[in-house]
Ligand binder design. Structure first.
Ligand SMILES: [Fe+2]
Ligand SMILES: [Fe+2]
Length: 390
């Protein structure tokens, strides 16, 4: 049985501030991890899966009024962050276009493959991971619509929260479509295994502890949008270095969308800190204690129970998303939301403020430990069963 050192930036070991000193040890997981879904559970049995988070409806009902009262503010401050469809890019802009005729299309596919040939297998593992993160969109829209007070109650709600969530989902859908088509045309990955992984992933869902609570939900999305922006941005840089400027353009364009999404969710938390600072501060601390877990943490390809850990190790080693980024995002939000300067917090919210503001050095301590992980070879089913270095 293989024992791997699991150090995902999204999967940092528990650091619980209020109680005993933080455990800054590197988390070790074996192939028998209780959190890893078995192949059957991953698709079929939510009731018996070993979930960490099963708290539901943690927001007191009286708080619903806060989200109702914010609707005019959302119309004015969040909906303008949508891009009109006619001004949006569409995936075909970056891809070989079959409408130009078969010869031109074949030539463009050849050129795409030629550009992709300079990129490493490790790069393609990371690109598949990013694509899967985008393509598991049904899970995200579902989760958004579990949040009390902001969900789209009809599927076509005119409430601004619903309008935003559908527009956001439509943009995320483009990200998955574009990356997926690029991967398909590149010929570098085994699409059968990639698709199987996606089907398992959407069937498994996400276990991130939002508790139907929009305070928690918007803390998570703020963090996650910034994280995906960084990740796509770093993939763009590596694509440039590997000789594929078009792929760099693709990743950079997606990163720009993520940045706009980040602005929206960050503004919402900023507003919540203004109207309900105690509950919002508690929510930030709660999500930090739970850790911001990567959306595809329940990823499985039908073969390798450690595929998520191996993927996480690769993106850490390649510098695409690391524990340093995790700490930097946390530091960014502490400043952006002026958390250290928040006044008038009472009771547990004061402790939560101290906990969150004192967290970055602890995360940075983990970063220094992560660098000691030795590389090793792992077989990835997505890469035609070749070995890649984690
Ligand atoms: Fe996205
Ligand atoms: Fe996004």
């Amino acid at each position: 049985m293989k024992q791997t050192i699991s150090f995902s930036q999204f999967n940092i070991p528990s650091i619980v501030g209020a109680s005993p000193p933080p455990t800054t040890t590197i988390h070790r997981r074996t192939t028998t991890s209780s959190r890893r879904l078995s192949p059957v559970l991953a698709v079929a049995s939510p009731t018996t899966s070993p979930s960490l988070h099963q708290v539901t409806y943690s927001m007191p009902p009286e708080k619903l009024e806060i989200f109702k009262s914010l609707e005019p503010w959302v119309f004015e401050n969040i909906l303008p962050l949508r891009k009109p469809v006619e001004k949006c890019w569409q995936p075909i802009k970056f891809l070989p276009n079959p409408s130009q005729g078969p010869e031109q299309f074949a030539e463009e596919v050849r050129a795409l493959r030629q550009r992709a040939s300079g990129l490493s297998d490790e790069y393609f593992v990371m690109l598949v991971g990013n694509m899967l993160t985008e393509d598991a969109l049904p899970t995200y829209q579902t989760l958004f619509n579990t949040l009390d007070g902001v969900c789209d109650e009809t599927g076509c709600s005119r409430c601004p929260w619903g309008i935003w969530s559908r527009a956001w989902s439509a943009e995320e859908n483009q990200h998955g479509d574009l990356l997926r088509t690029y991967l398909y045309l590149s010929g570098r990955v085994d699409m059968l295994m990639v698709d199987k992984t996606l089907q398992y992933l959407i069937g498994a869902g996400m276990d991130i502890g939002l508790e139907n609570n929009p305070y928690l939900g918007f803390v998570y999305t703020s963090f996650q949008e910034r994280a995906t922006c960084l990740s796509h941005g770093n993939m763009a840089r590596l694509a440039t270095e590997g000789g594929d400027p078009m792929l760099a353009h693709i990743c950079g364009t997606i990163a720009a969308d993520e940045k706009r999404h980040e602005h929206a969710y960050t503004r919402i938390i900023e507003k919540l800190l203004e109207v309900d600072p105690n509950a919002t501060m508690l929510a930030i601390a709660d999500m930090m204690k739970k850790k911001i877990i990567m959306p595809m943490h329940l990823m499985y390809d039908g073969q390798d129970p450690n595929i998520f850990e191996s993927f996480s190790t690769i993106i850490e080693r390649q510098g695409v998303y690391t524990s340093r980024h995790y700490a930097e995002i946390l530091e960014f939000f502490i400043i952006r939301w002026k958390l250290e300067k928040l006044e008038g917090l009472i009771g547990e919210a004061r402790c939560a403020q101290d906990y969150v503001c004192g967290l970055p050095p602890r995360v940075r301590k983990l970063e220094s430990r992560a660098k000691k992980i030795e590389p090793h070879q792992v077989k990835f089913s997505w890469i035609f069963n070749k070995q890649v270095t984690t």
